[in-house]
Design a protein around this ligand. Structure first.
Ligand code: PLP
Length: 388
């Protein structure tokens, strides 16, 4: 029986030609493909600036640094995300705390955020930055988060690793002024891929300049940014402590080539998600909620088992035994041992924890066939019967 993965990159002959042409060119890195990739993503999202880096984790790290996150600061994110959404703050010496999710949208709960902000204000421990996540490709409620940011004085990094191509109220994720910096991932399973890769998007000129410096060792070759007079054409200056977080031209070429089919791919994800909705409408499952004004990038298709007695682990094992590559997104971040050592424990974020115990990610990728999808649905219905 053929194994159906939960996600899979789609690579065309054009993608391969684009990569090999870089391999034959003068620049494997620091060449023209990086600026081209940045330009294409900026155009697509409507962002004023795009800064490509080696992965989204690095993008989240320099986003925190560019916003001034430092030791003693507090950064909030959601438990229902990949660990990188929280780790970025710790790289800067800051402390992390979490805001629980909304059970319907699986994104940050505005009610929880507001309550926690009110308490934090009384305790004098407001966050410097909040990192909401566009879970599964559904845009998080940024206009409301922006309103709270303006009132309580925090900054926003939108982790849009799942959400290239998504939009809210007609505004493309990454191009809005709601977030200070928006981060994309081009890891192999994400919406488009460059193998590994990430990007920071911002409309703020100063933040963009700072992100570019942080990406390359804090080094500038622009005389207007230098502290000393250049003593020759060779001259450059390190003016802050940065990193080597560059992406290569090889990867950027793949990214550029992948972007040329991003709209068709998203339409295919949309069609397959809608088809799952239809095929599973009679099952005892909670399906992804459609949200008014929101266009999802449909990165993941996550169902939740509703039957009190159904065991997600039994269903998961049954699916895997039948060669269906189901997955679980996400183990709540605060439940990882490394977070336990910081004082977090089970029971602190009950909505995320309850969701986690019931969640199952079904295979979804643009080249998935209808017969593959039918097999997923059939096997899942069998698994639920066996389990019940
Ligand atoms: C994939 C992912 C990341 C990290 O992306 P990389 O490019 O692998 O570093 C961060 N946040 C979320 C929500 C992700 O899904």
């Amino acid at each position: 029986m053929e194994f159906i993965p939960y996600s899979r990159q789609s690579i065309t002959d054009e993608d391969i030609a684009a990569v090999t042409s870089v391999l034959r060119s003068d620049y494997l890195t620091q060449g023209p493909k990086i600026a081209e990739f940045e330009h294409i993503v900026a155009e697509y999202t409507g962002a004023r600036h795009a800064i490509a880096v080696c992965n989204a984790t690095a993008a989240l790290h320099i986003a925190c640094l560019a916003l001034g996150v430092t030791a003693g600061d507090l950064v909030w994110t959601v438990p229902n995300s990949f660990v990188a959404s929280a780790n970025c703050a710790r790289y800067c010496g800051a402390s992390v705390d979490f805001v629980d999710i909304d059970a319907e949208t699986r994104n940050i709960s505005i009610i929880e955020l507001e309550t926690k902000l009110r308490e934090a204000e009384m305790n004098g421990r407001l966050p410097k930055v909040v990192v909401p996540v566009d879970f599964a490709g559904f845009p998080c409620p940024l206009p409301q988060i922006r309103a709270l940011a303006d009132r309580y004085g925090f900054l926003i990094i939108e982790d849009a690793s799942h959400a290239l191509g998504a939009s809210l109220n007609g505004q493309m994720v990454g191009g809005t002024n709601w977030a200070d910096i928006c981060v994309l991932s081009f890891h192999a399973v994400k919406i488009i891929t460059s193998g590994e890769g990430g990007m920071c998007l911002t409309n703020d000129d100063e933040l963009a300049a700072r992100l570019r410096l942080l990406r390359t060792h804090g080094i500038t070759r622009d005389p207007s940014e230098m502290e000393n007079a250049p003593d020759g054409l060779h001259y450059y200056e390190q003016i802050i402590l940065g990193f080597n977080y560059r992406i290569t031209d090889i990867q950027a070429a793949l990214g550029v080539s992948q972007m040329s089919r991003s709209i068709e791919r998203q339409a295919e994800r949309e069609r397959l998600s809608q088809r799952y909705d239809d095929l599973l409408s009679g099952s005892n499952l909670k399906l992804p909620a459609r949200q008014a004004g929101a266009v999802s990038a449909h990165h993941l298709y996550v169902v939740e088992l509703l039957d009190e007695h159904a065991s997600r682990e039994r269903v998961f094992e049954y699916m895997r035994q039948n060669q269906i590559g189901v997955n679980v997104h996400y183990i709540p971040i605060h439940l990882h041992p490394d977070y336990g050592r910081l004082g977090f424990s089970a029971g602190q974020f009950p909505v995320s924890e309850n969701y986690y115990h019931r969640a199952l990610t079904l295979p979804l990728f643009p080249e998935m066939t209808e017969s593959q999808q039918d097999r997923v649905v059939c096997t899942l219905n069998d698994a639920l019967k066996v389990d019940g």
